[in-house]
Design a protein around this ligand. Structure first.
Ligand code: GTP
Ligand code: MN
Ligand code: MN
Length: 398
């Protein structure tokens, strides 16, 4: 098959949930640039612009061919003038001036650095930037009051910026499953998030827990966390129970009421089956380089700073883990909601609302016309309720 596209090709939907997006991205050159512009828009708290660049990037990821000329973009939705200009420039010059300038920009660099700390969002990073802080050293040396979460984020920074491998994710799943089974032998612990979509590395491990006998899962999270803490497996934990609303302000679209725990897990390296813990693709070069500059990262990591956990040849790695407990009747919705990608989820909800007058969440699907909840035991059933072709997790990498 030639790389050429013709007018007879199937039209591309503007909804990510009507596209099949694998990890085989043929348009990296463009999507990397658009991702940086999206990120910068986020740093400027310009949500509309952020979404526009994210959508443009996503649509290019779904194309089964590499864009080699502007004509290849005929009839492709979600590409604004600005995004097209970026693509055109990359086609002509090999890169985009605006993006090249941005990655040299002090504010962009600093916000990227600060938001790579667990517990630091754009608002906080921007405040620190306006207070004149630029590096992690300066941040640590300053008298700025950090939250418990941010303190942990800084303490384990060098580990947390190293991508989590599939082998690590799998051993954590097994360890958590063993802990869960101590209290509920028939409970299910499922790997979700990027790893379920087939990614080989990620920024965290997302685990969804449920039990067939609804109600049995209540109180489970506290039991499991307590047990793992006694075993010395937990470096930091933040349990949110159903009533807690503190995440609502952060990302209202993603908000759900499940019992969950955002934690930093202490993974013993000998618990991982695969040899190579230190190497992985997909490094965030800016953050990793900074860690190295600081003498934090890499093999010979020692840091003079008193609060640093850095020790040579330590036999464990700090890893971010999200634990979510869903009642069985909501499990399919929770699984769909926690598998991602973010844009895929966003478009599922948008599609449901716009075409079906239904409200989709990680808990349920509500038909606003029939005024009733639609039950589903599997993801396939949810897609069917929405009148959508089933898209398997590996094709949800929008
Ligand atoms: P990496 O972790 O970077 O590999 O990518 P990921 O796709 O796994 O991202 P992440 O772990 O941030 O999120 C996984 C999925 O869970 C995404 O699709 C999000 O939509 C969803 N998610 C993340 N946080 C929340 C949350 O607080 N509530 C709900 N309902 N969903 C969330
Ligand atoms: Mn994840
Ligand atoms: Mn996560």
């Amino acid at each position: 098959r030639t790389a050429d596209r013709s007018a007879t090709d199937i039209p591309v939907s503007q909804y990510a949930c009507q596209r099949r997006t694998t990890l085989n991205n043929r348009n990296n050159l463009f999507t990397n640039a658009l991702k940086i512009l999206a990120e910068n828009a986020e740093f400027c708290e310009n949500e509309g612009r952020n979404l526009a660049f994210a959508r443009a990037s996503s649509i290019l990821k779904s194309l089964p061919y590499r864009v080699t000329k502007m004509d290849d973009l005929q009839g492709i939705p979600s590409l604004g003038e600005h995004s097209k200009k970026v693509i055109k420039e990359i086609l002509e010059d090999g890169n985009c001036g605006e993006v090249e300038k941005l990655i040299q920009n002090e504010r962009y660099q600093t916000l990227k650095r600060f938001t790579s700390i667990f517990g630091v969002g754009v608002k906080t990073a921007d405040k620190w930037y306006r207070e004149g802080l630029r590096t992690l050293h300066e941040l640590k040396a300053s008298k700025i009051k950090l939250t418990k979460e941010q303190e942990a984020g800084l303490l384990y920074y060098e580990d947390l910026i190293v991508p989590v491998t599939m082998a690590e994710a799998d051993s954590i799943r097994k360890i958590v499953e063993e802990a869960v089974h101590r209290f509920l032998p028939a409970a299910v612990v499922k790997l979700t998030g990027g790893f379920r979509r087939g990614k080989e590395s990620g920024h965290d491990v997302d685990l969804l827990i449920t039990h067939q006998d609804e109600g049995k899962e209540q109180g489970l999270l506290h039991q499991v966390i307590n047990w793992m803490a006694v075993q010395g497996m937990i470096l930091y934990d933040d349990i949110t129970d159903n009533r807690d609303q503190k995440w609502k302000t952060k990302e209202p679209e993603l908000f759900d009421h499940f019992a969950k725990c955002y934690l930093i897990f202490k993974l013993q390296k000998d618990m991982v089956n695969v040899v190579d813990l230190n190497t992985s693709g997909d490094h965030d070069s800016l953050a990793v380089n900074e860690a190295k500059e600081m003498g934090l990262g890499g093999q010979a990591g020692t840091c003079e700073h008193a609060g640093c956990a850095s020790v040579k040849d330590k036999d464990w790695k700090a890893i971010r883990v999200d634990l979510v407990v869903a009642p069985f009747s909501q499990y399919a919705y929770a699984l769909l909601g926690w598998t991602g990608s973010r844009l895929f989820e966003r478009d599922l909800r948008r599609y449901a609302k716009h075409f079906k007058h239904m409200s989709l969440s990680s808990h349920s699907l509500f038909d606003n016309e029939q005024k009733r909840f639609l039950m589903a035991a599997t993801e396939e059933e949810i897609f069917a309720h929405l009148g959508l072709d089933y898209i398997p997790p590996q094709e949800r990498n929008a």
